[in-house]
Write a protein that binds this ligand. Sequence first.
Ligand code: PSU
Ligand code: MN
Length: 308
Amino acid sequence: MKIKLNPEIADALRDGMPVVALESTVIAHGLPYPQNIETALKLEDIVRENGTVPATIAVFGGEFCVGLDHGQIEQLATDRDIRKISRRDLAIAVAQRLDCATTVATTSFLAHMAGIQVFATGGIGGVHRGYSADVSADLPELAQTPVTVVCSGAKIVLDLPATREWLETHGVTVLGWQCDELPAFYSRSSGLEIDERVETAAEIAQIAAARDAFGLKNAILVTVPIPTEFEIERSELETMLADALSLADKNGVRGKEITPFLLAQMSERSGGRTLAANIALLENNARVAAAIAKAFAERSEPPAVAGG
Ligand code: PSU
Ligand code: MN
């Protein structure tokens, strides 16, 4: 399967310049219009302003696209028929030439295939609350695909302790970006452990290089707390979330619909505060990812053959 890389990204990768992958499910299903398109474009700008090349990833006409044009981003933001795809859907998407938004699982997979090492998102999927058989395909992908994923932990709608245990069991390295606890998406702390606190992007590049040197394939999760001014207290969130969860249950919302449903419910119930928080953490994570991508590029040797 060939990946469709836009020329700017192809050049950057060939020259060993830093590239940051961005996902598309957050555009198509994670945020409402018009905040979704504004955020998608803003994230690309942030990545650029920080000296790196953005690579938003999605599937169009069954082709794996790394680096999208404005029209494609607009389609993701407005077309309600865009399918949210995880690993299990990749073959269907290609065979049937579908237009699809990629989750953390599929964005990680495609970023790695394209040779991109760093990927920024909001919150990863995980083990669902009250229904522990629903485990996001994001988790097994992180266990087998050696990318560095910059996020604010798992989305708060999930069972965070169970998600944290899953990551530990399956060998995903969890780093805390200038923090001592696993962030909880809209909140800065969860009471859950990280494996190591890191202060700088260079430390992360060192850890990733060590992983590669002995051939481990796990992802490294760099967890970044939401900027303080946008934080929403856990206690305040729990009531809203409990109501949203019982409504989901009542309406029989399941499977890949559940995460978008709960995020939209939380936003409504908080008067848009969780939406503002989600956007703030996405922007901040893009900034941190750019710094990490630069540290990776500085460590790696210049390409042996100059590409012209
Ligand atoms: N981060 C956000 N909002 C989102 C997501 C991430 O701030 O909507 C998306 C990611 O694409 C992630 C997906 O992979 O939610 C998880 O969905 P599920 O629980 O159905 O696996
Ligand atoms: Mn699921």
